[in-house]
Design a protein around this ligand. Structure first.
Ligand SMILES: [Zn+2]
Length: 172
């Protein structure tokens, strides 16, 4: 492994190594298709949303306490108001629970996508780019890597996510 990293491999097209660089170096110099696989990210942020729901519940409970304590309301109206408030609270709680579930699920999906991303990163790091022929190649197999293969490598994280969604659907 150490020798592969230190010595620059020869290009399978022109059989020279003077213009060969790593995919990282190629990407840095502006070769877009040498981009590394996208790191899985937590794209669901519902914490502020849950916080807003908790504040709303607090305000509703506060209103009930104030109105009940003041007693300045007709009994029939008070009943309607109380039931409407309780429905609101239940709704807000249900939404908060749903949001919380989404956060937990999103975290689990991200965790499951990391191994796929990790192996895609390892493959990507082992590839080299020859700027004379504008090709990406695998020095171990001594083969040119096609654009389709590169795209598949970058999308490996997304593919893992799709597999997870399919298995989630199957289990229902
Ligand atoms: Zn070459």
């Amino acid at each position: 492994m150490a020798s592969a990293e230190n010595s620059i491999p020869t290009c399978p097209v022109c059989h020279r190594s003077d213009l060969v660089k790593t995919t990282q170096a190629a990407y840095t110099s502006g070769v877009v298709r040498c981009a590394p696989p996208d790191m899985p990210t937590r794209n669901i942020s519902m914490i502020p949303y849950i916080g807003a729901c908790v504040v709303l519940i607090g305000i509703l409970v506060f209103l009930i306490i104030v109105l009940v304590a003041s007693g300045g309301m007709a009994a029939s109206f008070m009943g309607i108001f109380l039931s409407a408030t309780i429905v609101c609270i239940i709704g807000v709680l249900a939404i908060s629970f749903y949001a919380f579930q989404r956060v937990v699920q999103g975290d689990a999906e991200t965790t499951l996508r990391f191994p796929a991303w990790d192996s895609a990163m390892a493959t990507w790091r082992s590839l080299y780019y020859c700027s004379r022929d504008d090709v990406v190649f695998d020095p171990k197999a001594c083969k040119v890597v096609t654009n389709e293969q590169l795209a598949a490598l970058r999308a490996s994280g997304e593919k893992a996510e799709r597999t997870i969604q399919q298995s989630a659907l199957a289990s229902h």
